[in-house]
Design a protein around this ligand. Structure first.
Ligand SMILES: Cc1cc2nc3c(=O)[nH]c(=O)nc-3n(C[C@H](O)[C@H](O)[C@H](O)COP(=O)(O)OP(=O)(O)OC[C@H]3O[C@@H](n4cnc5c(N)ncnc54)[C@H](O)[C@@H]3O)c2cc1C
Length: 627
């Protein structure tokens, strides 16, 4: 490090203005702390280097939870979407999930505007090359130009940029995504601080010129007529606007044959790529190899923005040579004459194994150093933003000396995400899925505000006005459920003719209205004609009343499971426990406990490779523990 000069003195430095960094910086600044947000290029703030969409299965849940905590992603996509859809409506409400096509350029511009107009927040272009610590405590960060920014906490959100290199065929470019420069120096500093780094990889498809695409050979995929906002601050008519279509087409045998014939030219299959890729976002060559029996794969052609002709070819991520890419893309119906605007590529980058972190996303061995996003070994904008807001809140809480926000697995997908990456072993980029959430019937996207707004308000990220609206909504739901529980219907003509009209069996005796709503073919809204005293309620309140009554039994059963879960989470493990003293513990369990350092019995029992017998040994030891 050359001669340093003191450039600034702040509370929090956030390294990286991707989806994680933006949320982290906004949270810390909105909690009143002087914050600087660094990026290698300010014109890439909140950039979407891959798919032009926000949300989707389980990811829509994360966006809603970020919004309920007072984050920005939901509001930003409501302003900049091209198309919005509620997915999985053929299944139960636990897996309903919002997904929106985003105008990438506008998403960036709107987020940059919000950052620039946030009090206590400065955005700054430049590479952070060093993190300064004294007695294992963060005291500052240093840029490539030897500028020292003194701070009390720092959040690393460096994404896919650390020592990044982009590969397709035998073309290897030492750069970040989209031709942006990579971060050269920070990795070495992190290793000096004793942080273990891994190489992960991910990939993206080509972008093509819409003028060269024949959509008449594809199936249009329109958005939903009724637009449901991501943010609980918005209602449908606030954000409704004309929507853009996406288009569905398929690969075929010819596509697959070209791929199979050129696998030896793929850096993925020739071993040039060292990093581990995401199993659930496979490249097309991976899909052709892994699902060899499939004769076609779905391909979605998606607009990247209103003011561009570039289109994204979802499902065709690849690192095959450019000539092979062009040949295989041109076998797909509608892409016969396709012209690339950007070549598909894979990217490798440095990241960490998150079990070096506490559940607050602070490093176990460095006080005041936090991290979030792809750097923590996850993949996806939503996963990054979810960690971003938590790390920002907790960096601020660390400085303020207040309790960090740690959500458990029964409170939110964010809790599941962070517990999984900290506790469980993962050797590939982690992507959120509904199947990962054991209490998913309680963690629906529709009730994220009921679950998390209190926390957002407690940490100062939810305004009094919004909080009051939230309390009114909550009260309206509770009052209406109470009112419905007191209403009984007899086998009167107008009741039975309504039920028969709805294809439901008529009443023969008096029945509570709630029990009628529990019938699969009936909803709360359908009974309005016979429920004359019904108050005028908003869509959101009626939706909650319907779901909470209809699934009452299932919800109650899951609440019971949560009680048992919370009992184990309440069994704390002392921070200074010496696992070598726990008699009868298997070596593997001792090693795992030492590396993860679980904070309670529940977390200990979720560590992969730890058996129930090991947990019992630990419980016996703790019962006699005198510290
Ligand atoms: C090619 C490609 C393909 C992808 N494919 C998929 C996919 O298929 N599915 C999926 O879910 N996700 C995919 N992603 C991942 C997705 O882009 C990321 O999950 C998301 O962008 C992560 O957000 P983040 O905030 O962690 O980091 P990023 O969005 O990567 O942002 C990192 C930020 O850190 C800054 N930065 C880095 N180092 C420094 C430094 N030393 N000093 C200052 N600033 C620094 C950068 O300028 C940038 O602002 C892909 C990403 C890429 C690049």
């Amino acid at each position: 490090m050359g001669n340093l000069y003191i450039a600034d003195e702040v509370d929090v430095c956030v390294i990286g203005a991707g989806h994680a960094g933006c949320e982290a910086a906004l949270a810390a600044a909105r909690m009143g702390l002087k914050t600087i947000l660094f990026a290698l290029n300010l014109d890439s703030i909140a950039m979407m280097p891959c798919n032009p969409h926000i949300g989707g299965s389980s990811k829509g849940h994360l966006v809603r939870e970020i919004d309920a905590l007072g984050g920005e992603m939901g509001k930003n996509i409501d302003k900049t979407y091209l198309q919005i859809k509620m997915l999985n409506t053929g299944k139960g409400p636990a897996v309903y999930s919002l997904r929106a096509q985003a105008d990438k350029a506008k998403y960036h511009t709107e987020m940059k505007k919000v950052l620039e107009n946030t009090e206590n927040l400065l955005i700054r272009q430049g590479e952070i090359a060093d993190i300064i610590t004294e007695d294992n405590k963060v005291t500052g960060v240093v840029s490539e130009s030897n500028a020292l920014y003194r701070c009390k906490a720092a959040v690393i959100c460096s994404g896919t940029y650390l020592q990044a290199r982009c590969l397709y065929g035998d073309t290897i470019i030492e750069s970040g995504p989209n031709g942006l420069r990579r971060s050269e120096k920070l990795s070495a500093c992190l290793e000096r601080l004793g942080i273990k780094l891994f190489r992960y990889k991910t990939g993206t498809p080509a972008r093509v010129d819409a003028k060269s695409v024949d959509i008449s050979k594809m199936k249009a995929q329109p958005g939903d007529e009724r637009v449901i906002p991501f943010s609980f601050e918005n209602i449908d008519k606030d954000i409704s606007k004309p929507q853009y279509d996406c288009y569905l087409t398929y690969t075929n045998e010819e596509t697959h044959n070209i791929i199979k014939a050129n696998l030896d030219r793929s850096p993925l299959y020739s071993g040039v790529i060292e990093g581990t890729g995401p199993r659930y976002c496979p490249s097309i060559e991976d899909k052709v190899v892994r699902f060899a029996d499939k004769t076609q794969h779905q391909i979605f052609v998606e607009p990247e923005g209103e003011d561009t002709n570039e289109m994204y070819i979802q499902g065709m991520s690849s690192s095959l040579p450019e000539d092979v890419q062009l040949a295989m893309y041109r076998t797909i119906p509608g892409l016969e004459n396709v012209r690339f605007t950007r070549t598909a590529y894979a990217i490798e980058y440095d990241c960490i194994d998150a079990n070096q972190l506490k559940l607050s996303l602070e490093f176990k061995n460095i006080h005041g150093l936090f991290s979030a996003g792809q750097f923590n070994g996850t993949s996806g904008y939503e996963e990054a933003a979810a960690q971003g807001i938590i790390s920002g809140i907790n960096a601020a809480a660390y400085i303020k000396g207040i309790e960090p926000l740690i959500l458990d697995r029964s409170e939110g997908y964010i809790g599941v995400l962070i517990d999984d990456i900290i506790t469980k072993e993962s050797r590939e980029p982690y992507r959120m899925m509904t199947s990962r959430a054991e209490y998913r019937l309680l963690l629906r996207q529709d009730n994220a505000d009921l679950r998390l707004t209190e926390y957002g308000y407690k940490y100062g990220l939810i305004s009094q006005e919004r909080y009051d609206r939230f309390l009114a909504k909550k009260a309206a739901i509770e009052n209406e459920i109470k009112r419905v529980s007191k209403i009984n219907f007899g086998p009167a003509d107008e009741v039975n003719s309504l039920l028969e009209g709805l294809g439901s069996s008529p009443l023969s005796t008096g029945v509570n209205m709630g029990d009628i709503i529990k019938r699969p073919e009936i909803t709360y809204d359908m009974l309005a004609p016979i429920d004359t005293e019904r108050p005028d309620l908003s869509d959101e309140v009626r939706e909650q009343v319907n779901i909470q009554i209809k699934y009452e039994g299932y919800i109650a059963r899951q609440m019971k499971q949560v009680e048992a879960f919370k009992k184990l989470e309440a069994k704390k493990i002392p921070e200074d426990i010496d696992y070598d003293n726990v008699m009868g513990l298997r070596l593997e369990a001792t090693q795992k406990f030492k590396s993860v350092r679980p904070v309670n019995i529940g977390q200990a029992s979720r560590i992969s490779g730890v058996s129930p017998a090991d947990v019992n040994m630990l419980l016996v030891y703790l019962n006699g523990y005198r510290g």
